[in-house]
Design a protein around this ligand. Structure first.
Ligand code: NIG
Ligand code: FE
Length: 429
């Protein structure tokens, strides 16, 4: 008896399964192992993978449903949907003017000190309704999906009052319930000190811990708690206080660490056994070694280095030191306005000297580990979500080679076609 399936993809020239032990992130040699099946096939029922292997074998095992659902990949590359583990997707307004100011020589920090940067987006976001944020978020998610992303982490952090942070996180939940892409919410109340607290940042930290965090937890609006640990944002001491309070309330810590300066954010993340430390452009070897020992994921965001004109994080060095690495877009209006994981993979190879295979692992299964979702997504294995991307490429190494274009041919989310390059985003009729 053949298993009935409602999705069958056959003749993947290279089926990148990323199969392997999923109890911990891939490091060192395992980072470069894509577990490729030549002429591969994958089948799904009810959104879950039920058969995977060489096409001839899978065709023996399954019977496709009557209403079609068969995709002939025609020799193309097939891989898990990208997991983007770090975005600031919910915001209003635009930072186009600041972009021009930076091109003319102003630095990100100078613009921030003058009341622009995060605070300029905060003003626009406070003025926007939840529905307006939802609508803008929906359009951005369509673009992420078109670039192969099927799961995305989204941070609050442009509200910075209780009501405005709750508004943003509620929008994240509504989007996750209604859009094909799955959203994982993170509370980033410690993104910037809002102007009403500028005279006493410690008072803002106390308010965040005593009032904002409990309100977020009360409505069960976040999985993680994040802090921007940086000169001009939050000190390591303030960051520790926020993250420890988050932990106590059940939110795993994440840190924007050592992005623009080395404040010891990597070591702090390791000490707190944070699930990830993100950015790390300025992280020291000692900080990285501490992360390797603690198993803390380095979430690398090369779009930010490119966009700010900064040296890339030392990805190759991290891999050599045994630090688990993941890749994300950092999609946000000020420092990385890209929704393209393929572009991020290219930058990781060209700017950080990751191999194409390492970068793909970092953008799929390791990215899933960075948001505690590796049991469900990030690799193509029996029982996992049928979140699958077909790339219009003959070899996975072409993915970073053809930088700056979208190679996505088809995206399948939970066993259903969600995007096709020739037809756009697919909505059930
Ligand atoms: O990850 N570093 C802090 N947060 C964002 C930037 C946000 C902004 O400039 O609006 C980042 O780069
Ligand atoms: Fe960020």
């Amino acid at each position: 008896m053949k298993t009935d399936v409602d999705l069958l993809i056959v003749h993947a020239g290279q089926l990148l399964t990323l199969a392997g032990p999923n109890d911990r992130p891939r490091t060192e040699k395992a980072l470069g192992d894509l577990a490729i099946i030549p002429d591969g096939a994958v089948a799904a029922a009810d959104g879950v993978i039920v058969a995977i292997g060489p096409t001839a074998q899978v065709l023996d095992e399954v019977a496709p449903g009557r209403d079609g659902g068969v995709i002939d990949a025609g020799g193309r590359v097939v891989l898990p949907g990208f997991v983007d583990p770090h975005t600031h997707l919910i915001f209003a307004g635009s930072r186009a003017e600041e972009f021009e100011m930076r091109l003319a020589g102003a630095t990100y920090q100078q613009i921030s000190h003058a009341g622009g940067g995060i605070l300029s987006t905060m003003r626009a976001t406070r003025a926007a309704s939840e529905d307006e944020l939802l609508k803008a978020g929906w359009q951005r998610l369509d673009r992420l999906l078109a670039h192969g992303t099927t799961t995305v982490e989204v941070k609050s952090g442009y509200g910075l009052t209780i009501d405005d942070e709750l508004k943003c996180l509620r929008a994240v939940h509504r989007l996750s319930a209604s859009h094909d892409v799955d959203l994982i919410p993170t509370f980033l109340g410690a993104h910037a000190v809002p102007p009403e607290h500028s005279r006493d940042p410690d008072a803002y930290v106390r308010f965040l811990i005593d009032e904002m965090l409990p309100a977020v937890v009360e409505e069960d609006l976040a999985e993680f708690c994040d802090v921007f640990c940086e000169a001009g944002a939050f000190t390591p001491e303030q960051s520790r206080a926020v993250l420890e309070a988050g932990l106590e309330a059940g939110l795993d810590p994440k840190i924007h660490a050592d992005e623009l300066s080395d404040l010891g954010g990597a070591a702090l993340a390791a000490d707190l056994e944070a699930i990830s430390a993100d950015h790390l452009l300025c992280a020291s070897d000692d900080g990285l070694r501490a992360m390797a020992d603690a198993g803390t994921m380095a979430v690398l965001l090369p779009g930010t280095a490119l966009f700010l004109g900064l040296p890339y994080a030392r990805g190759r060095r991290m891999v050599e030191l045994g630090v688990p690495v993941a890749l994300g877009t950092d999609f946000n209006p000020g420092t990385s306005p890209t929704w393209s994981m393929p572009m991020v993979i290219a930058l990781a190879c060209l700017g950080m000297r990751l191999t194409p295979a390492e970068a793909i692992t970092a953008a799929t299964i390791n990215a899933a580990h960075a948001i505690a979702a590796a049991e469900e997504v990030g690799s193509l294995e029996l029982g996992k979500a049928a979140d699958i991307v077909v790339l219009d490429l003959p070899d996975y190494r072409h993915l970073p080679m053809h930088f700056g274009v979208n190679p996505v041919h088809t995206v399948v989310k939970r066993g259903q076609p969600a995007f096709r390059a020739d037809r756009g985003v697919q909505r059930p009729t």
